[in-house]
Design a protein around this ligand. Structure first.
Ligand SMILES: [Zn+2]
Ligand SMILES: [Zn+2]
Length: 264
């Protein structure tokens, strides 16, 4: 019997799943997904309430709440307050995804920084971990996390694409490292090299669905049921048994998000 898996990062509220959402969840369960961490961030301030609603509808779904760095320009005081009001919900296990994305620069960098700082403060107030999105802003992200005391709550660097030095610095700040389907891509040799430096007890896995489908589904809409492919690929990259990788990453996600507090 395979160890169950936890999809530590999926966007179940996105319209990509639409009417198929229930079937997507069922296919995930059939492939061994024990928990779906749905990210309430990515559609302005609109993802957070939808993610929380999904977490209340399904016993195996929990939510996070935040405002994506792409949407930092939309993070008015009112929008922030609406997300903040949900952070205390018992089905909310983390604050995020929040962070810096200087690759796409869809919001001004100053706005991204200000929003990130605000959400780190919120995470500390509600004592919940952070889910961090970082792209093309490694030093800036680490600086904000350090300056704002993110270490008090720790969290996850999601969809990790940085190098070993960044992983080390993030782990020192109390962050676990989460790998997505990108580790299965042919050109991800640098990422696989970085993954080898992350201890198994600091590693999570995720789909980031509907994005980033792992091989052999690359280019298609991703969904939680594909997580097993990423687990298998990562295990062979690291030279560990697939069963060990599944069990350890599941254990880590349970610990990181406090999932054992929920009766199932
Ligand atoms: Zn992200
Ligand atoms: Zn995401």
């Amino acid at each position: 019997m395979n160890s169950p898996l936890i999809d530590s990062h999926c966007h179940l509220d996105f319209a990509d799943f639409g009417a198929e959402r229930a079937a997507v969840l069922d296919r995930g369960r059939a492939e061994g997904i024990a928990w779906f961490v749905t990210i309430g961030s990515g559609r302005g301030a609109g993802s957070a309430p939808d993610a929380v609603a999904l977490a209340h509808e399904h016993a195996d779904v929990v939510a996070t709440v935040g405002i994506h760095p792409h949407d930092a320009k939309l993070a008015t005081d009112e929008a922030f307050a609406s997300v903040e009001a949900l952070a205390d919900d018992p089905r909310v296990v983390a604050v995020g995804e929040v962070g810096l994305d200087f690759h796409y620069d869809r919001s001004p960098r100053e706005a991204q920084g200000a929003v990130l700082r605000r959400f780190v403060a919120l995470a500390r107030r509600v004592k919940k971990p952070l889910v961090i999105h970082t792209r093309a802003a490694p030093e800036e992200t680490l600086a904000v996390l350090r300056e704002e005391g993110a270490r008090d709550v720790g969290g996850v660097i999601h969809c990790f694409t940085e190098d070993a030095a960044f992983a080390r610095a993030a782990m020192d700040l109390g962050f676990d490292i989460s790998f997505s389907g990108i580790v299965t891509f042919k050109r991800s040799d640098d990422l696989r090299a970085a993954a080898k430096t992350v201890p198994l007890d600091r590693m999570l896995i995720e789909t980031d669905s509907p994005y980033l489908a792992p091989l052999p589904f690359r280019g298609k809409r991703n969904e939680p049921s594909y997580l097993a492919r990423t687990a298998a690929h990562l295990a062979s990259t690291l030279g560990v048994r697939e069963e060990d990788l599944r069990a350890r990453t599941t254990e880590n996600a349970i610990r990181r998000f406090g999932l054992d507090r929920f009766a199932r």
